[in-house]
Design a protein around this ligand. Structure first.
Ligand code: F6P
Length: 553
């Protein structure tokens, strides 16, 4: 048994399903995707799922029904249903911190209780949502006055990682629903340039700062918050101004008070909400200020709908599980170590960055739940950009390099009002790129387009060789009607549950992130040496030389 009396599972690579998958991979590796379609006339129907308004066509993957069966067998052997039940029951599935991971409670619309250590947390969740609603109303109505009696016109949200990426993604993705006032900006980087860019042109008398940090110990956030406070006090000439121009989102009341923010201006979240799973909590306050409570609630409802799908759908019809199984299939059997996320929607530009933290901080682990070093890869490098920008940047690599990069293509069927023509072109690319990745381009097609005038036979063959596209590149296509709050909530919850399901399949804890602490500790040591103008003991020769060079100026 594991701590918290949670049952252990065998490492996945010791299951019968894993061995079967190795055989399927050996069988399928030499086959071209085109042959899989030829061999299975009903393939598209067999590999298309639709749930909660999201259609997933996973037929352009290097897999057939027998291999898919083995993947679902792996989910059964790894007790997917049992871990899913523990997740929703509020058990301490975050094993190393002995915590639940109950971000679903933040968006629970079922009316059912959701319990952590026996306590129904829903009253706390509802109370915090009500505080967010009231606060947003006071800002929107002008009831909230700054230190000089002026209403707020600008909000600067200071946070990093899970305390910033989620709200930044949502505010940008739902830009058509943004209120004209307050304008909301996000600051995350330790580089002061990030903060200065946000402050440029702002009036201290009408600017509100949100300091978002679950721990209230994150150096970047506290540094930026301190400099923002100095900007405000310098601008208004009174330290008392902080009270009306700073609110905090944090679990740590003491540290928030030490910064000078009154308790009634602290919004809270709980230890059963992981940072990268927290946009649905008070961390979403900038979403409410920018888009309104109605849009935020629609986002929560969408996510809840996906929670219910994930909680109840059979494995073969379970969107997040299928995406997770494909992550295992490519990462552990078809030698792909990265996964591209390609939303054909400029407003989803922050989706890849949010997914990077969600997936890589959840699944990039070296030991399994029991603390055994894993003998298999976990996690994948998540990257991407909106289409069609990526087509003018890295699609060459996707089409012709020897590395296979599984891709998620996403698009809305409906154009935004008045954007019919550009949307048609966007959809055309959304459909054409996976087709080209899968089918490639053969010799006849290249010759048909090549101007061979005056070329020798050798030169023709040489030109053809450079223009051939091998194809056989896998992708998922995800379609939804339009990008509104409910759909966005479903999409983001779907990816959250994908990360969790991958954790089950790899028998790891997807809810801790111990490695990030060491980088923070070392930077604090070197920060002191830079401040004191000295090179401390214990550095490797490279770091020592670089430190000395920095000190020379
Ligand atoms: O990257 C490490 C991390 O702890 C993330 O998990 C978290 O989202 C981020 O730093 C910010 O943490 P906090 O909200 O405590 O400032």
């Amino acid at each position: 048994m594991l701590p918290g009396n949670l049952p252990d599972t065998p490492p996945p690579d010791q299951t019968a399903a894993w061995r079967a998958l190795e055989a399927h991979a050996a069988r399928l590796r030499p086959l071209h995707l085109r042959s899989l379609f030829d061999a299975d006339p009903d393939r598209v129907q067999a590999f298309t799922l639709e749930a909660e308004g999201i259609l997933l066509d996973w037929s352009k993957n290097r897999i057939d029904r027998a291999a898919a069966e083995a993947l679902f067998a792996l989910a059964r052997e790894m007790d997917f249903a049992g871990w899913r039940e523990r997740l929703f029951a509020g058990e301490p599935v975050n094993l190393t911190e002995g915590r639940a991971a109950l971000h679903m409670a933040l968006r629970n619309r079922s009316g059912r209780p959701m319990r952590v250590q026996g306590e129904d947390v829903m009253p706390r969740v509802q109370a915090e949502l009500e505080r967010m609603r009231r606060f947003a109303h006071s800002v929107h109505s002008g009831g909230w006055k700054g230190h000089t009696g002026r209403p707020i016109t600008d909000v600067v949200h200071i946070g990093i990682g899970g305390s910033e990426l989620g709200p930044r993604l949502v505010v940008r993705a739902l830009e058509p629903w943004q209120r004209p006032v307050p304008r909301v900006q996000f600051v995350s980087n330790m580089d002061d340039a990030d903060l200065q860019s946000a402050l440029r042109g702002l009036d201290p008398a009408r600017t509100l700062f949100i300091v978002a940090s679950k721990t209230f110990t994150t150096a970047e956030t506290l540094t930026n918050a301190g400099r923002a406070r100095r900007w405000l006090v310098d601008g208004l000439g009174d330290a008392a101004a902080v009270r009306r121009h700073f609110v905090a989102i944090s679990a740590d009341a003491r540290r928030v008070a030490e910064f000078g923010i009154d308790e009634e201006n602290r919004f809270t979240l709980w230890d059963w909400v992981g940072g990268r799973y927290s946009l649905w909590s008070a961390i979403g306050l900038p979403i409410v200020l920018s888009l309104g409570m109605g849009v935020f609630e629609a986002l929560l409802e969408g996510a809840h709908a996906m929670d219910e799908h994930f909680r109840t759908a059979e494995p073969e019809a379970n969107l997040p599980l299928v995406l997770a199984l494909l992550g295992v299939w490519y990462g552990n059997f078809l030698d792909a170590d990265s996964h591209a996320v390609l939303p054909y929607d400029a407003l989803l530009e922050w989706l890849p960055a949010w997914l990077q933290q969600l997936d890589m901080e959840s699944c990039g682990k070296g030991v399994d739940r029991a603390g055994r070093p894993v003998g298999y890869a976990t996690g994948q490098v998540i990257w991407g950009r909106p289409g069609t920008d990526g087509q003018h940047s890295f699609y060459q690599y996707l089409h012709q390099s020897r590395r296979i990069v599984p891709c998620d293509f996403l698009a809305a069927i409906e154009p935004r009002p008045g954007q019919e023509f550009p949307h048609r072109s966007l959809l055309a690319s959304f459909l054409a790129q996976p087709e080209a990745l899968m089918n490639g381009k053969g010799r006849e097609a290249v010759l048909a387009e090549l101007d061979t005038e005056g070329m020798s036979a050798e030169e023709i063959e040489w030109q053809v060789a450079h223009r051939l596209l091998p194809g056989n590149r896998p992708s998922n296509s995800l379609l939804y009607r339009r990008l509104d709050a409910a759909t966005l909530g479903r999409l983001l919850a779907m990816y959250e549950h994908k990360a969790f399901a991958q954790g089950v399949l790899w028998a790891i804890n997807p809810f801790d992130q111990w490695s990030v602490e060491e980088g923070k500790r070392l930077s604090r040591v070197i920060d002191r040496e830079l401040a004191e103008g000295r090179v401390g003991e214990g550095h490797d020769p490279s770091t020592r030389a670089l430190l000395e060079r920095c000190l020379q100026g």
